[in-house]
Design a protein around this ligand. Structure first.
Ligand code: ACO
Length: 327
């Protein structure tokens, strides 16, 4: 009998350290008012510099596994979405697999920037549909604070750290109903974090002699994001033969409140049915969607039988959306 991926456990982890907009006023030429009005962010969580980001992934994963009711040893595969790994090798997935004692699991990282969690869910669901694996742990784990230039006001006010995780299991009924993932690699220069190749062009763009930090063409990404999210959701709805009125919740990538407002109004979807964590946690890249999902689930907002769309965009440039029917 054909199997489908269904989420049976969720968990998330945020660092304790809260950095308010007022704290950033002391570091760069910015203001609480500018950050609130232009982004919707009030504060973000920042991991202690000496701690590895994978610690957050381990904590989120342990919570998701406990919540799922299965044992770590029953997990067949760990997929970690990250664009801010602790090491180039080993993968963050191997570190987390070891940290949670998922001794029977294969493990690999996937990088689709902020779209990464939905990409990873898609890959995990494919492994389940082929019958290769039964239980898959999907984690998004991001320590963006480590790759931000804290003297660059264009980017440092936007990001925060965190991790979200879910356990996906093979079920007779589909929990994940469909997905749409895509990329426009011709636009790759709009968001970059150099790793081993430091071109003159990239070095020129970065001030303060910092080379291994994020650079972003904010306005270009903004325009791309609104269209990419709207187009992806509309495509998904068409494929599922559904209309926007059939959807109970949208959980978008948490990057900018104006991007979220513009795209949901283009979809004619009420903002009251959009899960928002951006004000509290900022942009945690690929972790933002699973953190928002897990928090919404914990607070009782998400109920059995509801249809939820997760939709993200980010570096690459990439986009991704998925439709979930909650069990
Ligand atoms: N404080 C005060 N002023 C600022 C700040 C700041 N923190 N940052 C920029 N400004 C200034 C600019 O210098 C500019 O000044 P100027 O007019 O004198 O040149 C002015 O504010 C307007 O700048 P814009 O870049 O046009 O500001 P915008 O309204 O577009 O907001 C922002 C910038 C918030 C970055 C927005 O473009 C955005 O959110 N873009 C999308 C980013 C995103 O979603 N990224 C997700 C992917 S990230 C990933 O994959 C890791």
């Amino acid at each position: 009998m054909k199997k489908f991926g269904t989420i049976i456990g969720l968990g998330y982890c945020l660092p304790d350290n809260i950095v308010n907009n007022n704290d950033l006023e002391k570091m760069v030429d910015t203001s609480d008012q500018w950050i609130r009005e232009r982004t919707g962010i009030l504060r973000r969580r920042i991991l202690d510099r000496e701690k590895p980001s994978s610690d957050m992934g381990i904590e989120a994963s342990l919570k998701a596994i406990k919540n799922s009711g299965i044992e770590a040893s029953e997990i067949d595969l760990v997929i970690v979405s990250t664009e801010s790994p602790d090491y180039l090798t080993p993968s963050m997935a191997c570190i987390i697999q070891g940290g949670i004692d998922a001794v029977n699991a294969a493990a690999f990282d996937l990088n689709a920037a902020c779209s990464g969690f939905v990409y990873a869910l898609t890959v995990a669901d494919q492994f389940i549909q082929t019958g290769m694996y039964k239980n898959i742990l999907v984690v998004a784990c991001e320590g963006l604070s480590k790759v931000v230039d804290w003297k660059d006001r264009n980017t440092c006010v936007l990001f925060g750290d965190g991790a979200g995780a879910c356990v996906l299991t093979a079920s007779d009924e589909p929990g994940i109903l469909g997905y749409d993932i895509g990329a426009d690699g011709k636009k790759y220069k709009n968001i970059t974090i150099p790793c081993t190749h430091f071109s003159e062009e990239e070095l020129f763009k970065r001030k303060n002699k910092r080379d291994q930090v994020i650079y972003m063409e904010g306005r270009e990404v903004f325009k791309f994001a609104v269209n990419a999210m709207t187009d992806s959701v509309n495509k998904l709805l068409r494929e599922q033969d559904l209309s926007i009125e059939d959807i109970d919740w949208i959980i978008p990538h948490q990057a900018n409140m104006r991007i979220i407002n513009n795209s949901v109004s283009k979809m004619n979807f009420p903002i009251e049915k959009v899960i928002i964590t951006l004000d509290e946690y900022g942009n945690t890249s690929s972790a933002s969607i699973p953190i928002a999902l897990a928090e919404a689930y914990d607070s009782g907002k998400i109920k059995s039988g509801q249809k939820i769309i997760l939709v993200g965009f980010g570096g690459g440039l990439t986009w991704a959306s998925t439709l979930i029917q909650w069990i």
